[in-house]
Design a protein around this ligand. Structure first.
Ligand SMILES: Nc1ncnc2c1ncn2[C@@H]1O[C@H](COP(=O)(O)OP(=O)(O)OP(=O)(O)O)[C@@H](O)[C@H]1O
Length: 262
Protein backbone atom coordinates (compact mmCIF):
# COMPACT_ATOMS: atom_id res chain seq x y z
CA UNK A 1 0.00 0.00 0.00
CA UNK A 2 2.75 2.45 0.92
CA UNK A 3 2.80 6.11 1.87
CA UNK A 4 0.61 8.73 0.23
CA UNK A 5 1.40 12.41 0.81
CA UNK A 6 -1.33 14.72 -0.46
CA UNK A 7 -1.07 18.45 -0.96
CA UNK A 8 1.01 18.95 2.17
CA UNK A 9 2.32 22.30 3.35
CA UNK A 10 4.35 23.25 6.41
CA UNK A 11 4.65 26.75 7.84
CA UNK A 12 6.99 27.24 10.78
CA UNK A 13 5.42 29.93 12.97
CA UNK A 14 7.07 33.28 13.57
CA UNK A 15 9.57 33.22 16.43
CA UNK A 16 12.22 35.54 17.94
CA UNK A 17 11.05 38.43 15.75
CA UNK A 18 11.58 36.30 12.63
CA UNK A 19 8.60 35.98 10.23
CA UNK A 20 6.88 32.62 9.61
CA UNK A 21 8.75 30.28 7.21
CA UNK A 22 6.80 28.54 4.45
CA UNK A 23 9.01 25.42 4.46
CA UNK A 24 6.89 23.20 2.21
CA UNK A 25 4.05 23.86 -0.20
CA UNK A 26 1.86 21.62 -2.39
CA UNK A 27 3.82 18.43 -1.73
CA UNK A 28 2.37 15.37 -3.45
CA UNK A 29 4.38 12.17 -3.23
CA UNK A 30 3.79 8.45 -3.04
CA UNK A 31 6.33 5.99 -1.71
CA UNK A 32 5.30 2.51 -2.82
CA UNK A 33 6.36 -0.77 -1.27
CA UNK A 34 10.05 -1.44 -1.93
CA UNK A 35 10.48 1.95 -3.56
CA UNK A 36 13.71 3.88 -2.86
CA UNK A 37 12.90 7.59 -3.02
CA UNK A 38 15.79 10.05 -2.90
CA UNK A 39 15.35 13.76 -2.18
CA UNK A 40 17.86 16.23 -3.56
CA UNK A 41 17.87 20.01 -3.56
CA UNK A 42 19.50 23.24 -2.50
CA UNK A 43 19.97 23.88 1.19
CA UNK A 44 16.75 25.00 2.85
CA UNK A 45 14.39 23.49 0.25
CA UNK A 46 12.62 21.44 2.94
CA UNK A 47 14.13 17.96 2.63
CA UNK A 48 14.51 17.44 6.39
CA UNK A 49 11.09 18.98 7.01
CA UNK A 50 9.60 16.41 4.65
CA UNK A 51 11.46 13.58 6.40
CA UNK A 52 10.31 14.83 9.81
CA UNK A 53 6.72 14.86 8.55
CA UNK A 54 6.97 11.25 7.39
CA UNK A 55 8.62 10.30 10.70
CA UNK A 56 5.71 11.92 12.53
CA UNK A 57 7.98 14.34 14.41
CA UNK A 58 6.08 17.21 12.79
CA UNK A 59 2.45 17.73 11.68
CA UNK A 60 1.54 19.32 8.34
CA UNK A 61 -0.04 22.78 8.38
CA UNK A 62 -2.38 21.48 5.66
CA UNK A 63 -2.77 18.29 3.63
CA UNK A 64 -2.43 14.69 4.74
CA UNK A 65 -0.01 11.77 5.07
CA UNK A 66 -1.47 8.26 4.92
CA UNK A 67 0.65 5.16 5.51
CA UNK A 68 -0.95 1.81 4.67
CA UNK A 69 -4.40 3.36 4.94
CA UNK A 70 -3.79 5.08 8.30
CA UNK A 71 -3.21 8.79 8.90
CA UNK A 72 0.28 9.56 10.16
CA UNK A 73 -0.31 11.38 13.43
CA UNK A 74 2.99 10.85 15.27
CA UNK A 75 6.10 8.66 15.37
CA UNK A 76 5.62 4.89 15.13
CA UNK A 77 7.56 1.63 14.91
CA UNK A 78 6.55 1.37 11.22
CA UNK A 79 9.03 4.19 10.48
CA UNK A 80 12.68 4.28 11.56
CA UNK A 81 15.14 7.15 11.13
CA UNK A 82 18.88 7.01 10.44
CA UNK A 83 20.57 10.39 10.93
CA UNK A 84 23.93 11.64 9.66
CA UNK A 85 25.04 11.96 13.27
CA UNK A 86 23.90 8.51 14.15
CA UNK A 87 22.36 9.33 17.56
CA UNK A 88 23.95 6.24 19.09
CA UNK A 89 24.80 5.80 22.75
CA UNK A 90 28.60 5.88 22.44
CA UNK A 91 29.46 4.25 25.75
CA UNK A 92 27.20 1.24 25.14
CA UNK A 93 28.29 -1.81 23.13
CA UNK A 94 27.30 -2.45 19.52
CA UNK A 95 24.89 -5.15 20.71
CA UNK A 96 23.22 -2.90 23.27
CA UNK A 97 22.88 -0.07 20.77
CA UNK A 98 21.37 -2.31 18.10
CA UNK A 99 19.00 -3.96 20.61
CA UNK A 100 17.98 -0.59 22.10
CA UNK A 101 14.72 -0.16 20.17
CA UNK A 102 13.67 -3.73 20.94
CA UNK A 103 14.20 -3.10 24.64
CA UNK A 104 11.91 -0.07 24.42
CA UNK A 105 9.33 -2.31 22.74
CA UNK A 106 9.54 -4.63 25.76
CA UNK A 107 10.98 -7.68 23.98
CA UNK A 108 12.60 -10.38 26.20
CA UNK A 109 16.39 -10.58 26.42
CA UNK A 110 16.98 -13.68 24.29
CA UNK A 111 14.67 -12.43 21.51
CA UNK A 112 16.46 -9.07 21.64
CA UNK A 113 19.87 -10.63 21.31
CA UNK A 114 18.77 -12.98 18.52
CA UNK A 115 17.25 -10.20 16.42
CA UNK A 116 20.09 -7.77 17.09
CA UNK A 117 22.70 -10.36 16.11
CA UNK A 118 20.91 -11.04 12.83
CA UNK A 119 21.18 -7.37 11.81
CA UNK A 120 24.70 -7.02 13.21
CA UNK A 121 25.73 -9.85 10.86
CA UNK A 122 23.78 -8.32 7.94
CA UNK A 123 25.68 -5.05 8.38
CA UNK A 124 29.05 -6.85 8.50
CA UNK A 125 29.65 -6.12 12.19
CA UNK A 126 29.93 -9.71 13.44
CA UNK A 127 32.63 -9.97 16.10
CA UNK A 128 32.11 -6.36 17.27
CA UNK A 129 29.06 -7.07 19.45
CA UNK A 130 30.88 -6.18 22.69
CA UNK A 131 32.87 -3.18 21.38
CA UNK A 132 31.82 0.19 22.75
CA UNK A 133 30.56 2.28 19.87
CA UNK A 134 32.95 5.20 20.51
CA UNK A 135 35.86 2.92 19.56
CA UNK A 136 34.52 2.23 16.05
CA UNK A 137 35.23 4.12 12.83
CA UNK A 138 32.62 6.54 11.45
CA UNK A 139 31.57 4.05 8.77
CA UNK A 140 31.10 1.27 11.31
CA UNK A 141 29.13 3.57 13.62
CA UNK A 142 26.84 4.43 10.73
CA UNK A 143 26.30 0.71 10.10
CA UNK A 144 25.37 0.29 13.78
CA UNK A 145 22.78 3.05 13.31
CA UNK A 146 21.32 1.29 10.27
CA UNK A 147 21.26 -2.09 12.08
CA UNK A 148 19.45 -0.45 14.99
CA UNK A 149 16.87 1.10 12.66
CA UNK A 150 16.25 -2.26 10.98
CA UNK A 151 15.73 -4.29 14.18
CA UNK A 152 12.22 -2.91 14.69
CA UNK A 153 11.27 -4.10 11.20
CA UNK A 154 9.97 -0.70 9.99
CA UNK A 155 7.91 -0.38 6.81
CA UNK A 156 9.89 2.70 5.81
CA UNK A 157 13.48 3.55 6.52
CA UNK A 158 14.04 7.32 6.67
CA UNK A 159 17.63 8.36 6.08
CA UNK A 160 18.75 11.99 6.50
CA UNK A 161 22.13 12.30 4.77
CA UNK A 162 23.28 9.06 6.39
CA UNK A 163 26.57 8.92 4.49
CA UNK A 164 27.44 12.63 4.44
CA UNK A 165 30.22 12.35 7.03
CA UNK A 166 32.06 9.40 5.46
CA UNK A 167 35.20 9.47 3.30
CA UNK A 168 34.70 8.77 -0.41
CA UNK A 169 35.66 5.08 -0.42
CA UNK A 170 33.73 4.18 2.74
CA UNK A 171 30.77 6.09 1.34
CA UNK A 172 30.73 4.09 -1.90
CA UNK A 173 30.92 0.81 0.02
CA UNK A 174 28.12 1.95 2.33
CA UNK A 175 25.94 2.87 -0.68
CA UNK A 176 26.37 -0.65 -2.05
CA UNK A 177 25.63 -2.23 1.34
CA UNK A 178 22.45 -0.19 1.78
CA UNK A 179 21.25 -1.22 -1.70
CA UNK A 180 21.84 -4.90 -0.91
CA UNK A 181 19.98 -4.58 2.41
CA UNK A 182 17.13 -2.71 0.73
CA UNK A 183 16.91 -5.47 -1.87
CA UNK A 184 17.04 -8.25 0.75
CA UNK A 185 14.60 -6.75 3.26
CA UNK A 186 12.02 -5.33 0.83
CA UNK A 187 11.79 -2.04 2.75
CA UNK A 188 10.66 1.31 1.40
CA UNK A 189 13.28 4.01 1.77
CA UNK A 190 13.19 7.82 1.88
CA UNK A 191 16.77 9.04 1.57
CA UNK A 192 18.16 12.59 1.66
CA UNK A 193 21.52 13.43 0.12
CA UNK A 194 23.44 16.40 -1.24
CA UNK A 195 25.34 14.21 -3.69
CA UNK A 196 23.81 14.02 -7.17
CA UNK A 197 25.85 10.89 -7.97
CA UNK A 198 24.64 9.17 -4.80
CA UNK A 199 21.04 10.16 -5.50
CA UNK A 200 21.10 8.78 -9.04
CA UNK A 201 22.87 5.58 -8.03
CA UNK A 202 20.70 4.74 -5.02
CA UNK A 203 17.15 5.74 -5.91
CA UNK A 204 14.37 4.15 -7.90
CA UNK A 205 12.73 7.58 -7.83
CA UNK A 206 14.43 10.96 -7.50
CA UNK A 207 12.62 14.08 -6.36
CA UNK A 208 14.36 17.40 -6.87
CA UNK A 209 13.16 20.15 -4.54
CA UNK A 210 13.39 23.95 -4.75
CA UNK A 211 13.28 26.44 -1.88
CA UNK A 212 10.97 29.35 -0.93
CA UNK A 213 8.61 27.69 -0.52
CA UNK A 214 9.97 24.15 -0.55
CA UNK A 215 8.34 22.16 -3.32
CA UNK A 216 9.00 19.23 -5.62
CA UNK A 217 9.92 20.60 -9.05
CA UNK A 218 11.16 17.48 -10.85
CA UNK A 219 10.66 13.73 -10.50
CA UNK A 220 12.76 11.10 -12.25
CA UNK A 221 12.37 7.31 -12.39
CA UNK A 222 15.82 5.74 -12.10
CA UNK A 223 17.15 2.41 -13.39
CA UNK A 224 20.69 2.50 -11.96
CA UNK A 225 20.35 0.75 -8.57
CA UNK A 226 18.65 -2.17 -10.33
CA UNK A 227 21.52 -2.37 -12.82
CA UNK A 228 23.95 -2.60 -9.90
CA UNK A 229 21.86 -5.21 -8.08
CA UNK A 230 21.64 -7.19 -11.34
CA UNK A 231 25.44 -7.47 -11.36
CA UNK A 232 26.92 -4.41 -13.09
CA UNK A 233 29.82 -3.04 -10.99
CA UNK A 234 28.97 0.25 -9.23
CA UNK A 235 31.69 2.29 -10.95
CA UNK A 236 30.60 0.96 -14.34
CA UNK A 237 27.01 2.06 -13.60
CA UNK A 238 28.21 5.51 -12.50
CA UNK A 239 30.39 5.93 -15.60
CA UNK A 240 27.70 4.91 -18.12
CA UNK A 241 26.60 7.53 -20.69
CA UNK A 242 22.98 7.48 -19.42
CA UNK A 243 24.14 8.10 -15.85
CA UNK A 244 26.48 10.94 -16.81
CA UNK A 245 23.84 12.61 -19.01
CA UNK A 246 21.25 12.57 -16.20
CA UNK A 247 23.86 13.69 -13.66
CA UNK A 248 24.56 16.79 -15.76
CA UNK A 249 20.83 17.50 -16.26
CA UNK A 250 20.16 17.30 -12.52
CA UNK A 251 23.24 19.38 -11.66
CA UNK A 252 21.99 22.11 -14.02
CA UNK A 253 18.63 22.19 -12.19
CA UNK A 254 20.30 22.41 -8.79
CA UNK A 255 22.85 25.06 -9.83
CA UNK A 256 20.04 27.17 -11.29
CA UNK A 257 18.20 26.98 -7.94
CA UNK A 258 21.34 27.84 -5.98
CA UNK A 259 22.01 30.84 -8.25
CA UNK A 260 18.42 32.04 -7.97
CA UNK A 261 18.71 31.84 -4.18
CA UNK A 262 22.07 33.68 -4.02
N1 LIG B 1 12.17 24.67 13.48
C1 LIG B 1 12.20 25.59 12.52
N2 LIG B 1 11.71 26.84 12.73
C2 LIG B 1 11.72 27.76 11.75
N3 LIG B 1 12.19 27.55 10.51
C3 LIG B 1 12.70 26.32 10.24
C4 LIG B 1 12.74 25.29 11.23
N4 LIG B 1 13.30 24.18 10.67
C5 LIG B 1 13.61 24.52 9.40
N5 LIG B 1 13.24 25.80 9.14
C6 LIG B 1 13.36 26.51 7.85
O1 LIG B 1 12.57 25.79 6.91
C7 LIG B 1 13.23 25.73 5.64
C8 LIG B 1 13.44 24.27 5.25
O2 LIG B 1 14.41 23.72 6.16
P1 LIG B 1 14.90 22.20 6.05
O3 LIG B 1 15.87 21.98 7.16
O4 LIG B 1 13.73 21.30 5.96
O5 LIG B 1 15.66 22.22 4.63
P2 LIG B 1 16.73 21.20 4.04
O6 LIG B 1 16.45 21.11 2.58
O7 LIG B 1 16.72 19.93 4.81
O8 LIG B 1 18.08 21.99 4.29
P3 LIG B 1 19.59 21.42 4.40
O9 LIG B 1 19.91 20.80 3.08
O10 LIG B 1 20.40 22.66 4.65
O11 LIG B 1 19.61 20.46 5.55
C9 LIG B 1 14.51 26.54 5.79
O12 LIG B 1 14.25 27.85 5.36
C10 LIG B 1 14.78 26.50 7.28
O13 LIG B 1 15.50 27.64 7.71
Amino acid sequence: MGLNIQDVSVVYPAADRRPPVKALSGINLTIDDNEFVVALGASGCGKSTLLNLIAGFLSPSSGSLVLDGRHVSGPGADRAVVFQKHALLPWLSVLDNVAFGLQIQGLGKSARIGTANRFIAMLGLDGFQDSPVYKLSGGMQQRVGIARALTCDPRILLMDEPLGALDALTREKAQELILHIWNDTYKSVFFITHSVEEALFMGTKLIVMSPRPGRITHTFDLPFSRQFLDGTPAREVKASPDFIRLREDVLKIIFADEEAAA
